[in-house]
Design a protein around this ligand. Sequence first.
Ligand SMILES: Cc1cc2nc3c(=O)[nH]c(=O)nc-3n(C[C@H](O)[C@H](O)[C@H](O)COP(=O)(O)O)c2cc1C
Length: 223
Amino acid sequence: MDATIISQPEPHKLKVLQHQQYVTPEHLSPSTSLPSPLDQFQSWFKEAVEEKVQEPDAVTLATATAKGIPSARVVLFKEVDPRGFIFFTNYTSRKSQELSENPHAALAFYWREIHRSVRVVGRVEQLTPEENATYFKSRPVESQLGAWASKQSSVIEEGTLEERLKKVTEKFGNDVPTPPFWGGWRIIPDEVEFWLGKPARLHDRIHYTRTDSDDWKVERLSP
Ligand SMILES: Cc1cc2nc3c(=O)[nH]c(=O)nc-3n(C[C@H](O)[C@H](O)[C@H](O)COP(=O)(O)O)c2cc1C
């Protein structure tokens, strides 16, 4: 495997000169991919876990304002069901504000140990209060209190978070209700792409598009 080689031609400039080659034994093809990308994702996610990929559930989530100004951050993917991909967050955060005004999102998983990536584009919906409560109750008490303490994405003074955490801990103890401003989003995919790294940048890319009859069209894309 080639190493990453960098150069620093000037003190304030850094360049990447060489990146590793991807070598993978398997071959990805529309004819051998599962008919539903949600099933194909489950199969790949299980393999990522079996191959001990570090944090396979960490995924980059892209959102955009109503005017189309994008922003991206990492979140933890929690569940996939026949309808879509679920993650949890604060409903007042920047990402949630953007999803509320422009209900479309993209996900990009990258599993570097196995040279695989999955991209998702879709519409979003909030989970129901019941679904949120079920997941919230399954979290450790410290995380539950943390959700109450943090007004995610707002500017905060040094020490304020600790004060808020102390207050909510005194208020709720070990019996923490689900915050009304916290919960899950489901991304209902219209497009899913599976990418497998190959030498000389000749990667395999298999792209699923939802059809008008709610089936999936599967095509190979040029790398
Ligand atoms: C590995 C990792 C996992 C994260 N998981 C979550 C998550 O599941 N939900 C969440 O709201 N933020 C998560 N974050 C924090 C977000 O990246 C981000 O800082 C935060 O959600 C605020 O984003 P926003 O201001 O765009 O809304 C995670 C960060 C990292 C690095």
